[in-house]
Design a protein around this ligand. Structure first.
Ligand code: NDP
Length: 315
Protein backbone atom coordinates (compact mmCIF):
# COMPACT_ATOMS: atom_id res chain seq x y z
CA UNK A 1 0.00 0.00 0.00
CA UNK A 2 0.92 3.68 -0.26
CA UNK A 3 2.10 5.38 2.92
CA UNK A 4 -0.08 8.09 4.46
CA UNK A 5 1.46 11.35 5.56
CA UNK A 6 -0.30 14.24 7.28
CA UNK A 7 1.28 17.66 6.70
CA UNK A 8 -0.06 20.61 8.67
CA UNK A 9 -0.08 23.97 6.89
CA UNK A 10 0.33 22.41 3.44
CA UNK A 11 -1.51 25.29 1.73
CA UNK A 12 1.65 27.32 1.10
CA UNK A 13 5.43 27.55 1.44
CA UNK A 14 7.38 24.60 2.74
CA UNK A 15 4.30 22.47 3.47
CA UNK A 16 2.99 22.77 -0.08
CA UNK A 17 6.40 22.19 -1.65
CA UNK A 18 6.90 19.11 0.55
CA UNK A 19 3.42 17.80 -0.31
CA UNK A 20 4.32 18.10 -3.98
CA UNK A 21 7.76 16.47 -3.62
CA UNK A 22 6.37 13.61 -1.53
CA UNK A 23 3.41 12.91 -3.79
CA UNK A 24 5.70 12.84 -6.84
CA UNK A 25 7.53 9.80 -5.43
CA UNK A 26 4.32 7.86 -6.12
CA UNK A 27 4.66 6.12 -2.75
CA UNK A 28 2.59 8.43 -0.56
CA UNK A 29 -0.88 9.79 -0.09
CA UNK A 30 -0.67 13.27 1.42
CA UNK A 31 -3.29 14.54 3.85
CA UNK A 32 -3.08 18.32 3.70
CA UNK A 33 -4.24 19.50 7.14
CA UNK A 34 -5.19 23.13 6.56
CA UNK A 35 -7.25 25.90 8.12
CA UNK A 36 -8.47 27.22 4.77
CA UNK A 37 -10.00 24.39 2.77
CA UNK A 38 -10.50 26.31 -0.49
CA UNK A 39 -7.03 27.84 -0.43
CA UNK A 40 -5.52 24.40 0.12
CA UNK A 41 -7.49 22.85 -2.77
CA UNK A 42 -6.44 25.66 -5.09
CA UNK A 43 -2.82 25.44 -3.94
CA UNK A 44 -2.71 21.68 -4.55
CA UNK A 45 -4.17 22.14 -8.03
CA UNK A 46 -1.84 24.94 -9.05
CA UNK A 47 1.16 23.04 -7.70
CA UNK A 48 0.11 20.19 -9.99
CA UNK A 49 -0.38 17.54 -7.30
CA UNK A 50 -2.53 14.82 -8.85
CA UNK A 51 -5.94 14.31 -7.37
CA UNK A 52 -5.44 10.70 -6.35
CA UNK A 53 -2.36 11.64 -4.32
CA UNK A 54 -3.86 14.06 -1.80
CA UNK A 55 -6.83 14.81 0.44
CA UNK A 56 -7.49 18.16 2.12
CA UNK A 57 -8.81 18.00 5.69
CA UNK A 58 -9.74 20.92 7.87
CA UNK A 59 -7.46 21.72 10.82
CA UNK A 60 -7.15 25.00 12.68
CA UNK A 61 -4.26 24.70 15.12
CA UNK A 62 -5.37 27.87 16.87
CA UNK A 63 -8.32 25.94 18.32
CA UNK A 64 -7.80 22.83 20.45
CA UNK A 65 -11.38 21.84 19.67
CA UNK A 66 -10.50 21.85 15.97
CA UNK A 67 -7.38 19.77 16.67
CA UNK A 68 -9.51 17.17 18.47
CA UNK A 69 -12.08 17.15 15.68
CA UNK A 70 -9.34 16.70 13.10
CA UNK A 71 -7.91 13.68 14.96
CA UNK A 72 -11.39 12.11 15.15
CA UNK A 73 -12.14 12.81 11.49
CA UNK A 74 -8.81 11.36 10.42
CA UNK A 75 -9.49 8.19 12.40
CA UNK A 76 -12.94 7.90 10.86
CA UNK A 77 -11.39 8.05 7.40
CA UNK A 78 -9.98 4.59 8.14
CA UNK A 79 -6.53 5.41 6.77
CA UNK A 80 -3.53 4.15 8.71
CA UNK A 81 -1.11 6.93 9.74
CA UNK A 82 2.56 6.46 8.89
CA UNK A 83 4.03 9.96 9.06
CA UNK A 84 2.94 13.16 10.78
CA UNK A 85 4.65 16.42 9.80
CA UNK A 86 4.04 19.40 12.11
CA UNK A 87 4.88 22.22 9.72
CA UNK A 88 2.32 25.04 10.05
CA UNK A 89 3.41 28.23 11.79
CA UNK A 90 2.55 31.87 12.25
CA UNK A 91 4.98 34.73 12.81
CA UNK A 92 4.08 38.29 13.94
CA UNK A 93 7.36 40.22 13.92
CA UNK A 94 5.78 43.69 13.80
CA UNK A 95 2.76 43.17 16.08
CA UNK A 96 2.53 45.67 18.91
CA UNK A 97 -0.09 43.71 20.81
CA UNK A 98 -0.55 39.97 21.22
CA UNK A 99 -3.47 38.09 19.65
CA UNK A 100 -4.90 34.88 21.01
CA UNK A 101 -6.09 31.38 20.10
CA UNK A 102 -9.65 30.17 20.74
CA UNK A 103 -8.60 29.00 24.21
CA UNK A 104 -6.82 32.28 24.98
CA UNK A 105 -3.15 31.37 24.46
CA UNK A 106 -0.84 33.88 22.75
CA UNK A 107 -1.29 33.03 19.05
CA UNK A 108 2.25 32.13 17.92
CA UNK A 109 3.08 29.75 20.77
CA UNK A 110 -0.56 28.58 20.85
CA UNK A 111 -0.50 27.62 17.15
CA UNK A 112 3.10 26.59 16.54
CA UNK A 113 3.64 24.71 19.79
CA UNK A 114 0.45 23.94 21.76
CA UNK A 115 -1.75 23.05 18.76
CA UNK A 116 0.93 20.73 17.39
CA UNK A 117 1.65 19.31 20.84
CA UNK A 118 -1.97 18.20 21.24
CA UNK A 119 -2.16 16.96 17.64
CA UNK A 120 0.94 14.78 17.97
CA UNK A 121 -0.14 13.41 21.32
CA UNK A 122 -3.58 12.50 19.95
CA UNK A 123 -2.15 10.84 16.84
CA UNK A 124 0.71 9.01 18.56
CA UNK A 125 -1.41 5.86 18.98
CA UNK A 126 -2.28 5.90 15.30
CA UNK A 127 1.41 6.12 14.39
CA UNK A 128 2.17 3.27 16.82
CA UNK A 129 -0.34 1.05 15.05
CA UNK A 130 1.13 1.64 11.60
CA UNK A 131 2.79 -1.39 10.04
CA UNK A 132 4.76 0.77 7.64
CA UNK A 133 8.54 0.11 7.59
CA UNK A 134 9.35 3.73 8.49
CA UNK A 135 7.17 5.70 10.88
CA UNK A 136 8.02 9.34 11.50
CA UNK A 137 6.90 12.25 13.57
CA UNK A 138 8.60 15.33 12.17
CA UNK A 139 8.39 18.77 13.77
CA UNK A 140 9.79 21.58 11.63
CA UNK A 141 12.29 23.61 13.65
CA UNK A 142 14.23 26.71 12.82
CA UNK A 143 17.71 28.14 13.06
CA UNK A 144 16.16 31.20 14.72
CA UNK A 145 15.64 29.14 17.85
CA UNK A 146 19.31 28.16 17.92
CA UNK A 147 21.33 30.63 19.93
CA UNK A 148 24.51 28.71 19.01
CA UNK A 149 24.33 30.05 15.44
CA UNK A 150 24.81 33.51 13.98
CA UNK A 151 21.18 33.74 12.80
CA UNK A 152 19.95 32.55 16.19
CA UNK A 153 21.78 35.42 17.85
CA UNK A 154 19.92 38.22 16.11
CA UNK A 155 17.93 39.95 18.87
CA UNK A 156 15.41 39.37 20.33
CA UNK A 157 16.82 35.95 21.18
CA UNK A 158 14.71 32.93 22.08
CA UNK A 159 14.62 32.36 25.82
CA UNK A 160 12.00 30.31 27.68
CA UNK A 161 13.36 31.34 31.10
CA UNK A 162 11.76 29.29 33.87
CA UNK A 163 8.51 28.89 31.85
CA UNK A 164 6.56 31.00 34.31
CA UNK A 165 4.41 32.71 31.66
CA UNK A 166 3.58 29.38 30.06
CA UNK A 167 2.63 27.92 33.47
CA UNK A 168 0.12 30.75 33.90
CA UNK A 169 -1.41 30.06 30.49
CA UNK A 170 0.04 32.83 28.26
CA UNK A 171 -3.20 34.72 28.65
CA UNK A 172 -1.83 38.25 28.76
CA UNK A 173 -4.60 39.24 31.20
CA UNK A 174 -3.48 38.42 34.71
CA UNK A 175 -0.24 36.91 33.38
CA UNK A 176 2.29 37.51 30.62
CA UNK A 177 1.61 36.36 27.02
CA UNK A 178 5.28 35.29 26.80
CA UNK A 179 6.68 31.91 27.92
CA UNK A 180 9.39 33.53 30.07
CA UNK A 181 6.89 35.90 31.70
CA UNK A 182 8.25 39.02 29.92
CA UNK A 183 6.74 41.80 27.79
CA UNK A 184 5.06 40.84 24.51
CA UNK A 185 7.48 40.62 21.58
CA UNK A 186 6.12 38.95 18.44
CA UNK A 187 9.49 38.01 16.94
CA UNK A 188 10.63 36.47 20.22
CA UNK A 189 7.35 34.58 20.68
CA UNK A 190 7.96 32.89 17.29
CA UNK A 191 11.53 31.95 18.19
CA UNK A 192 10.39 30.67 21.58
CA UNK A 193 7.74 28.53 19.86
CA UNK A 194 10.43 27.01 17.62
CA UNK A 195 12.57 26.15 20.66
CA UNK A 196 9.44 24.44 22.08
CA UNK A 197 9.13 22.47 18.80
CA UNK A 198 12.70 21.22 19.08
CA UNK A 199 12.40 20.40 22.80
CA UNK A 200 9.14 18.54 22.15
CA UNK A 201 10.70 16.42 19.42
CA UNK A 202 13.49 15.35 21.78
CA UNK A 203 11.10 14.61 24.64
CA UNK A 204 9.01 12.45 22.31
CA UNK A 205 12.20 10.62 21.36
CA UNK A 206 13.15 9.98 25.00
CA UNK A 207 9.69 8.83 25.98
CA UNK A 208 8.54 6.85 22.99
CA UNK A 209 11.25 5.92 20.49
CA UNK A 210 12.39 2.63 22.02
CA UNK A 211 8.91 1.42 22.79
CA UNK A 212 7.32 2.36 19.45
CA UNK A 213 10.10 2.40 16.83
CA UNK A 214 8.77 5.75 15.63
CA UNK A 215 11.50 8.09 14.43
CA UNK A 216 11.13 11.57 15.93
CA UNK A 217 13.02 14.31 14.11
CA UNK A 218 13.23 18.02 13.53
CA UNK A 219 14.78 19.89 10.64
CA UNK A 220 15.91 23.27 9.48
CA UNK A 221 15.50 23.20 5.70
CA UNK A 222 17.37 26.50 5.13
CA UNK A 223 16.08 30.04 4.84
CA UNK A 224 13.08 29.97 2.51
CA UNK A 225 12.94 33.74 2.22
CA UNK A 226 9.89 33.99 -0.05
CA UNK A 227 7.24 32.04 1.88
CA UNK A 228 4.08 33.44 3.45
CA UNK A 229 5.77 33.32 6.84
CA UNK A 230 7.04 36.85 6.30
CA UNK A 231 3.66 38.22 5.16
CA UNK A 232 3.28 40.31 8.33
CA UNK A 233 6.69 41.92 7.91
CA UNK A 234 7.23 45.48 6.61
CA UNK A 235 7.42 45.73 2.77
CA UNK A 236 11.07 46.83 2.76
CA UNK A 237 12.03 43.72 4.72
CA UNK A 238 10.15 41.50 2.29
CA UNK A 239 11.95 43.17 -0.62
CA UNK A 240 15.46 42.92 0.83
CA UNK A 241 15.33 39.66 2.78
CA UNK A 242 15.54 37.21 -0.19
CA UNK A 243 18.61 38.85 -1.84
CA UNK A 244 20.20 39.29 1.61
CA UNK A 245 19.84 35.56 2.25
CA UNK A 246 20.96 34.67 -1.28
CA UNK A 247 24.09 36.79 -1.53
CA UNK A 248 25.15 37.72 2.01
CA UNK A 249 24.34 34.86 4.40
CA UNK A 250 24.07 32.32 1.55
CA UNK A 251 21.51 30.46 3.64
CA UNK A 252 18.81 30.95 0.98
CA UNK A 253 16.95 27.94 -0.29
CA UNK A 254 14.04 27.83 -2.77
CA UNK A 255 10.66 26.49 -1.68
CA UNK A 256 11.14 23.61 -4.10
CA UNK A 257 14.52 22.62 -2.67
CA UNK A 258 13.26 22.96 0.93
CA UNK A 259 10.29 20.75 0.06
CA UNK A 260 12.66 18.11 -1.32
CA UNK A 261 14.66 18.23 1.90
CA UNK A 262 11.58 17.57 4.00
CA UNK A 263 10.56 14.77 1.61
CA UNK A 264 14.04 13.31 2.03
CA UNK A 265 13.64 13.01 5.81
CA UNK A 266 10.44 11.03 5.21
CA UNK A 267 11.56 8.71 2.46
CA UNK A 268 15.35 8.30 2.62
CA UNK A 269 16.21 5.42 4.99
CA UNK A 270 19.59 7.01 5.75
CA UNK A 271 17.70 9.83 7.49
CA UNK A 272 15.57 7.61 9.70
CA UNK A 273 17.57 8.12 12.92
CA UNK A 274 15.43 9.35 15.81
CA UNK A 275 16.09 12.36 18.06
CA UNK A 276 17.94 14.24 15.32
CA UNK A 277 17.79 17.86 14.15
CA UNK A 278 18.62 17.69 10.42
CA UNK A 279 20.26 20.48 8.45
CA UNK A 280 21.83 20.73 4.99
CA UNK A 281 25.21 21.96 3.77
CA UNK A 282 25.61 24.40 0.88
CA UNK A 283 26.04 21.43 -1.43
CA UNK A 284 22.64 20.11 -0.22
CA UNK A 285 23.98 17.16 1.76
CA UNK A 286 22.22 16.48 5.03
CA UNK A 287 23.92 16.35 8.43
CA UNK A 288 22.92 15.99 12.09
CA UNK A 289 23.07 19.51 13.46
CA UNK A 290 23.79 20.58 17.02
CA UNK A 291 21.15 22.41 19.03
CA UNK A 292 21.66 25.39 21.30
CA UNK A 293 22.08 24.82 25.04
CA UNK A 294 18.48 25.74 25.76
CA UNK A 295 17.03 23.76 22.82
CA UNK A 296 18.79 20.62 24.10
CA UNK A 297 18.06 21.07 27.82
CA UNK A 298 16.33 17.82 28.80
CA UNK A 299 15.10 19.13 32.14
CA UNK A 300 13.42 22.05 30.38
CA UNK A 301 11.97 19.66 27.80
CA UNK A 302 10.37 17.60 30.56
CA UNK A 303 8.95 20.65 32.27
CA UNK A 304 7.65 22.04 28.96
CA UNK A 305 5.97 18.69 28.27
CA UNK A 306 4.23 18.61 31.64
CA UNK A 307 2.99 22.20 31.52
CA UNK A 308 1.83 21.78 27.91
CA UNK A 309 -0.11 18.64 28.88
CA UNK A 310 -2.02 20.65 31.45
CA UNK A 311 -2.72 23.55 29.08
CA UNK A 312 -4.12 21.35 26.30
CA UNK A 313 -6.19 19.27 28.71
CA UNK A 314 -4.24 16.00 28.63
CA UNK A 315 -3.33 15.98 32.32
P1 NDP B 1 4.00 29.85 5.26
O1 NDP B 1 3.40 31.03 5.93
O2 NDP B 1 4.15 29.86 3.78
O3 NDP B 1 3.21 28.54 5.66
C1 NDP B 1 2.65 28.37 6.92
C2 NDP B 1 1.46 27.46 6.82
O4 NDP B 1 0.88 27.33 8.13
C3 NDP B 1 0.36 27.98 5.90
O5 NDP B 1 -0.13 26.90 5.16
C4 NDP B 1 -0.68 28.49 6.89
O6 NDP B 1 -2.01 28.41 6.42
C5 NDP B 1 -0.50 27.47 8.01
N1 NDP B 1 -1.14 27.90 9.25
C6 NDP B 1 -0.98 29.05 9.92
N2 NDP B 1 -1.79 29.09 10.99
C7 NDP B 1 -2.48 27.94 11.00
C8 NDP B 1 -3.50 27.41 11.84
N3 NDP B 1 -3.98 28.08 12.88
N4 NDP B 1 -4.00 26.18 11.55
C9 NDP B 1 -3.55 25.49 10.48
N5 NDP B 1 -2.60 25.95 9.64
C10 NDP B 1 -2.08 27.17 9.90
O7 NDP B 1 5.43 29.67 5.96
P2 NDP B 1 6.63 28.62 5.74
O8 NDP B 1 6.33 27.66 4.68
O9 NDP B 1 7.88 29.41 5.68
O10 NDP B 1 6.65 27.89 7.16
C11 NDP B 1 6.51 26.50 7.30
C12 NDP B 1 7.42 26.02 8.43
O11 NDP B 1 8.78 26.26 8.10
C13 NDP B 1 7.18 26.71 9.76
O12 NDP B 1 7.23 25.74 10.79
C14 NDP B 1 8.35 27.66 9.89
O13 NDP B 1 8.66 27.92 11.23
C15 NDP B 1 9.42 26.84 9.21
N6 NDP B 1 10.58 27.55 8.76
C16 NDP B 1 10.49 28.50 7.78
C17 NDP B 1 11.64 29.14 7.37
C18 NDP B 1 11.61 30.18 6.31
O14 NDP B 1 12.66 30.73 6.05
N7 NDP B 1 10.48 30.49 5.70
C19 NDP B 1 12.94 28.80 7.93
C20 NDP B 1 12.90 27.79 8.93
C21 NDP B 1 11.77 27.20 9.31
P3 NDP B 1 -2.66 29.52 5.42
O15 NDP B 1 -2.15 29.17 4.05
O16 NDP B 1 -4.11 29.32 5.59
O17 NDP B 1 -2.17 30.85 5.88
Amino acid sequence: RKGNVIITGASSGLGLAAAKAISETGKWHVIMACRNFLKAEKAAKSAGISKENYTVMHLDLASLESVRQFADAFRQSGRPLDVLVCNAAVYFPTAKEPTYTAEGFELSVGTNHLGHFLLSRLLLDDLKQSDYPQKHLIIVGSITGNTNTLAGNVPPKANLGDLRGLSSGLTGRDSSPMIDGGQFDGAKAYKDSKVCNMLTMQEFHRRFHEETGISFASLYPGCIAETGLFREHIPLFRLLFPPFQKYITKGYVSEEEAGKRLAQVISDPSLSKSGVYWSWNKNSSSFENRLSKEASDSEKARKLWEISEKLVGLA
